[in-house]
Design a protein around this ligand. Structure first.
Ligand SMILES: [Zn+2]
Length: 161
């Protein structure tokens, strides 16, 4: 291994450890106790100044909590907190995303050289292998350096540094 590679590894490890340190000390579920709480958190991170229609930008938006859906009164577009994000194309709950993201961060913070195994991820999530495969790719893109870090902003919320 060259010195450059060692530096890269250290840099990457620091990145994941920094995220890990900002996870809630008692676990994600201690703060975001329900799926609705997770969706509220996603909405607050995504739309800090209030929910805006992702099609026309109008802020005249209604919320059907039971159907987990927002509807724009201006253009009638319906969307959820995940529409238009990398987390959209799955039936996974926001709560499962949060818990899996925290687990993934914890894994990368201690095993920077090896990615989370797909079988282990599938077992943790209680999903099939192809789903875990897709989820790992999404987590890597969202949480990793340079990613949008939507999930990281949601769950790495303690002692902002
Ligand atoms: Zn609209």
């Amino acid at each position: 291994m060259t010195i450059e590679h060692a530096d890269d590894d250290n840099h990457e490890l620091r990145y994941w450890r920094d995220l890990e340190q900002r996870l809630p000390p008692k676990g994600v579920a201690s703060i975001f106790t329900t799926d609705a709480a997770c969706r509220d958190r996603l909405a607050a991170v995504r739309w800090p100044t209030g929910v805006a229609c992702i099609k026309c930008g109008s802020m005249d938006v209604g919320h059907l909590a039971l159907r987990k859906t927002y509807h724009c009164r201006n253009c009638r577009y319906q969307f959820t907190v995940l529409t238009g994000t990398s987390l959209r194309s799955s039936k996974l709950s926001a709560q499962l995303w949060f818990e899996t993201a925290a687990e993934y961060i914890g894994w990368r913070a201690t095993n920077s050289q090896h990615d989370f195994g797909i079988h282990a991820l599938a077992a943790f999530m209680g999903v099939a292998y192809p789903t875990a495969f897709r989820v790992r790719k999404i987590l890597k893109q969202d949480l990793g350096p340079g990613g949008p870090r939507l999930l990281a902003k949601c769950i790495c919320c303690s002692s902002q540094v």
